[in-house]
Design a protein around this ligand. Structure first.
Ligand code: S3P
Length: 428
């Protein structure tokens, strides 16, 4: 149990550099490992999820050294990983699990993947089924971890994805790199494109058509190591963007945040709701970045549907919080993917928000919210539901109520943002 920070008297103020992007940190380790030569990652995210990826690749025989947020990888090449009889521990990380399945399916050894209780409930057939169309030999335990992979020669395919998921897409791309002929994948909706962009920077030949949905992957690339500075994570900056917007009299600067279009749905939603976020100091070293200057604002309600979801998927609990503060009726639909995140985030958000006195109803694929600028909490104890993003959303919500609040299972924030409470304190 942790005592959450109480409503600040004079708003949030100050500058922060949020930790490195989680998606890019995972991929930096993976792609560096399967490249030839040295890869150096600066501003690597030293959170539990990315450390699971780092440990797994060490177990697969890749020499990796880490000093704080600097990582040096001696890449072994696409065919240089070595198998291990020990299960590979995926921890809580869906990204590690799903991406590594595509990679290990095409290797010359067998692997077993295990994970924690939350990860062991998450669906893995969405990856194993399309991979088996490519010839992969993968046994999933009733659709879940543990997963047993018998490495084999994979075949190129033309495949239309059934879910809008960057993890599934990325897994298939990693398999396609090892296939006997080119592959084409067609997404339902555009999802984060870090895999395509980064693998091309490492030397792959992956072409995305102008529809932003159709992706052609050439097999057997020669990947070479590179040096990469990982941008601040938009999904971590999002907590302070929302806090700075909702807590009156705030002005917060978030330095060097990744603003790849496939990740900036929250910026577009805030703009529609009447938020005040300015982008300064734009740069582009492979992935675009900017400093975000956030000031408090009064918000209008919003309606968002399926096509708006992928580029704000991890920030939807925060969008619900914005809606809960905007006077009037907001509706979020098309987000059934939230049901299969680290916890069922539709149920968890509804449960936590009701405790805060927010008028919210669960929909099968989202929320109905009647926002108001004051809530009457029913309890002083919130719960992370064992989900990092729910715990951090609770901590931001607690800044908006008059009474002091506590959080059960707060340490789960270390999955993506170990310094979250310290960074929030810096702004108070
Ligand atoms: C991620 C993709 C998204 C996202 C997750 C990270 C990635 O998951 O929610 O936090 O790095 O590819 P889905 O692919 O399941 O939508």
């Amino acid at each position: 149990m942790r005592k959450l920070f109480a409503k600040p008297k004079n708003g949030l103020h100050g500058n922060l550099a949020v930790p490195g992007d989680k998606s890019i940190s995972h991929r930096g380790i993976m792609f560096g490992s399967i490249s030839e030569g040295k890869t150096i990652l600066h501003h690597f995210l030293t959170a539990d999820d990315c450390l699971s990826t780092l440990a797994a690749f060490k177990q697969l025989g890749v020499p990796i050294k880490r000093d704080g947020d600097e990582v040096e990888i001696r890449g072994v090449g696409l065919n240089g990983l070595s198998g291990t009889f020990e299960p590979l521990e995926m921890g809580n990380s869906g990204t590690t699990t799903r991406l590594i399945m595509g990679l290990l399916a095409g290797q010359r050894f067998n692997s077993i993947l295990v994970g924690d209780a939350s990860l062991s409930k998450r669906p893995m057939k969405r990856v194993s089924e399309p991979l088996s169309l490519m010839g992969a030999d993968i046994s999933v335990n009733d659709g879940h971890l543990p997963v047993v992979i018998h490495g084999t020669q994979l075949h190129g395919v033309d495949y239309q994805l059934k879910v809008a998921s960057a993890q599934v897409k990325s897994s298939l791309i990693l398999a396609a790199l090892q296939a006997d002929k080119p592959s084409t994948f067609v997404e339902k909706l555009p999802t984060r494109n870090h895999t395509e962009k980064m693998l091309n920077a490492f030397g792959a030949d992956i072409e995305t058509e102008s529809d932003n949905l159709t992706i052609h992957v050439q097999p057997k690339p020669k990947l070479h190591g590179l040096e990469l500075t990982i941008p601040g994570d938009m999904s971590s900056a999002a907590f302070f963007m929302v806090a700075g917007t909702l807590v009156p009299n705030s002005e917060v600067r978030l330095n060097n945040v990744g603003i790849n279009d496939t990740r900036t749905g929250l910026l577009r939603i805030l703009e529609k709701m009447g938020g005040n976020v300015e982008l300064e100091n734009r740069q582009d070293n492979g992935e675009p970045t900017a400093d975000l200057v956030v000031k408090s604002a009064n918000l209008k309600p919003i309606q968002i549907g399926a096509k708006d979801i992928p580029d704000v998927i991890d920030e939807l609990p925060l969008v619900a919080l914005l809606a809960a503060r905007a006077n009037g009726h907001s509706k979020i639909t098309g987000a059934s993917e939230l049901r299969v995140k680290e916890t069922d985030r539709i149920a968890a958000v509804s449960n936590e928000f009701k405790k805060l006195g927010i008028d919210i109803s669960e929909l099968p694929d989202g929320f109905d919210i009647n926002g108001s600028d004051s809530w009457k909490p029913q309890t002083n104890t919130l719960d992370s539901h064992g989900d990092h993003r729910i715990g951090m959303t609770d901590a931001i919500a607690a800044l908006l109520v008059d009474q002091p609040m506590n959080l059960n299972n707060p340490d789960i924030v270390s999955i993506s943002y170990p310094e979250f409470f310290d960074d929030l304190q810096k702004l108070l």
